[in-house]
Write a protein that binds this ligand. Structure first.
Ligand SMILES: Nc1ncnc2c1ncn2[C@@H]1O[C@H](COP(=O)(O)OP(=O)(O)O)[C@@H](O)[C@H]1O
Ligand SMILES: [Mg+2]
Length: 240
């Protein structure tokens, strides 16, 4: 029998009042895997991340991390167990200096050496030179790298990224994707990447899961998903 995956979501259901936004999604991610999660606007990708990270309680289903059931744990308790996320819109504080912000996040994430942790991450994301800058004075591409830095403090084992490349140019997106891939491999982080730039998702992911209207549509390697007629019809359209 195959060993149970490191991070699993089983039959997740999430309702907003009477509206079922997630209807039976399951995922099983191995340690160090990069998984792309795609689907049209309104498919439920952000809702899925919210429910997995404890921002919204699911109606039904189960989330496990390293074999432990974390479905009902608080956001902070999940974070303590290694679960981290970024938001679809930037969550940086414009008026705070870059290093201070990463340091505070690292402290909150209970890193053992928050200052060293913060500096190491800034360095890995090529933000070292901007340590004293007011975050709001960074270019947008650098701000999105700072978002990634904030999600990476405290050495998380699972990282859920909600459209980290939104608003970036093609060059900036590729640059961020390369940083992400390198960091994930080096730190053996399991990544769930929500991103609508197909090139990026297919280029960076080990496997890709596709959802539509809260339901599973397809899952497989980037090549399998790219070739799947259901996916082409529902999502990629003629662009595929
Ligand atoms: N706070 C909310 N209250 C009610 N409905 C919501 C809320 N957030 C999202 N929805 C609905 O849930 C569905 C999934 O939304 P969302 O998770 O944001 O999708 P995605 O991130 O894939 O674009 C959509 O139909 C959206 O309108
Ligand atoms: Mg979204």
């Amino acid at each position: 029998m195959k060993q149970k995956a490191y991070f699993t979501v089983e039959d997740l259901v999430v309702d907003y009042g009477g509206v079922r936004a997630i209807d039976g999604i399951r995922l099983a991610l191995d340690k160090g895997e990069i998984r792309g999660l795609i689907g049209p606007n309104g498919a439920g990708k952000s809702t899925f991340i919210d429910a997995v990270t404890g921002r919204r309680l699911p109606t039904a289903g189960r989330v496990t991390l390293g074999g432990e059931d974390i479905t009902r744990l608080s956001i902070i308790a999940r974070r303590d167990r290694g679960l981290s996320r970024s938001f679809q819109r930037t969550s940086i504080f414009a008026d705070m200096p870059v290093l201070e912000q990463v340091f505070l996040a690292s402290h909150q994430a209970r890193a053992e050496h928050p200052e060293e942790d913060a500096l190491a991450i800034l360095k890995e994301l090529d933000l070292e030179a901007y340590a004293d800058w007011r975050a709001g004075d960074l270019g947008y591409g650098q701000q999105r790298r700072l978002d990634l830095a904030l999600a990476l403090v405290g050495s998380p084992s699972v990282l859920l990224l909600d459209e980290p490349m939104a608003g970036l140019t093609v060059t900036e997106s590729r640059d961020l994707a390369e940083h992400l891939k390198r960091l994930a491999r080096e730190r053996r982080v399991t990544v769930l990447l929500v991103e609508h730039d197909m090139e990026i998702v297919f280029g960076i992911s080990d496997r890709v899961t596709v959802i539509e209207l809260g339901k599973p549509l397809a899952e497989g390697t980037p090549d399998e998903v790219r070739a799947n007629p259901k996916v082409r019809e529902a999502y990629l359209g003629s662009a595929a």
